[in-house]
Design a protein around this ligand. Structure first.
Ligand code: NAD
Length: 263
């Protein structure tokens, strides 16, 4: 099925690894030119950038904006618009996690999680919206979480930030509904990426449990499907949202969590 995305331009934050990289690759496979972003070893990032471009015959660029820095985020959006002459798809995906009880939660971790998981999406949207409005078409997809809809203990900053993303998504959807621009969130359950590997270790420490027990009794206990969500499943949702078929889906919290939030 031709999704008619060829030649469009996308910016995906936090796309040097994990979910963001998979989503960027899925867009590139549909002929979309992409700006990658994220932290990591410069040589590894360059190799991944070049591979994506070669695999799919599209232009793939990289911008190293730090998601805690509003001016760098604005600069990255301006870079995408300057290089591609347009910006059709913005995916706010960068995110981090820290697990601790509220009373022990390190203040710097609270600030960092709110900045990266919530405020960076606001700064990206703020910078991208004028271009999308002028184009009379745009797709903003915020990678939220099942934790945008429900809570878990010891994840106060993450759950607060992701609930904030839900509010930001709905507000953007209302503001842009008559401009051909949609704003939606994808709410994954557990996907086995670096962020989850680290949580397994952190939860083991907080709960005083072995890691395999955390995986079985804590992580997948919450997910009725009893398996991790795959990046292919998230890519499928994303492609729907950014295609013409998704034009009337706006302000939605699209879950892909194996039934977690149905409980
Ligand atoms: P990951 O750790 O594999 O990747 C995170 C990406 O964000 C990396 O590219 C990293 O370099 C980038 N990043 C982190 N700090 C940054 C900063 N200051 N500036 C720029 N980039 C930065 O994590 P992931 O699992 O792929 O998570 C991606 C998103 O999906 C996050 O928003 C996360 O909350 C969300 N999510 C993940 C899961 C899961 O189970 N993995 C579930 C629900 C939601």
């Amino acid at each position: 099925m031709d999704l008619k995305l060829k030649g469009q331009a996308a910016l995906v934050t936090g796309s040097t690894g994990g979910i963001g990289h998979a989503l960027a690759d899925a867009l590139a496979a549909e002929g979309v030119n992409v700006v990658l972003n994220g932290l990591g070893d410069p040589a590894a990032i360059e190799a991944a950038r070049a591979k994506m471009a070669k695999d799919h015959g599209v232009t793939v660029l990289y911008h190293g904006a730090d998601m805690t820095k509003p001016s760098e985020i604005a600069d990255m959006v301006a870079y995408a618009v300057k290089e591609f002459g347009r910006l059709d798809i913005l995916i706010n995906n960068a995110g981090i996690q820290h697990v601790a009880p509220i009373e022990d939660f390190p203040l710097d971790q609270w600030d960092r999680i709110i900045a990266i998981n919530l405020s960076s999406a606001f700064h990206g949207m703020r910078a991208a919206i004028p271009t999308m409005k002028a184009q009379k078409r745009g797709r903003i997809v915020n990678i939220a979480s099942a934790h945008a809809l429900i809570a878990s203990p010891f994840k106060s900053a993450y759950v607060a930030a992701k609930h904030g993303i839900a509010g930001l998504t709905k507000t953007g959807a209302l503001e842009l509904a008559t401009f051909g621009v949609t704003v939606n969130a994808i709410c994954p359950g557990y996907v086995k990426t670096a962020i989850v590997e680290k949580q397994i270790a952190d939860q083991a420490k907080v709960r005083g449990m072995p890691e395999d027990q955390v995986m079985k009794d804590v992580i997948l206990a919450a997910q009725p499907s009893k398996r991790f969500v795959t990046v292919e499943e998230l890519s499928g949702l994303l492609l729907y949202l950014v295609s013409d078929a998704g034009a009337s889906t706006n302000g939605a919290m699209m879950t892909a969590e194996g039934g977690w939030t149905a409980q």
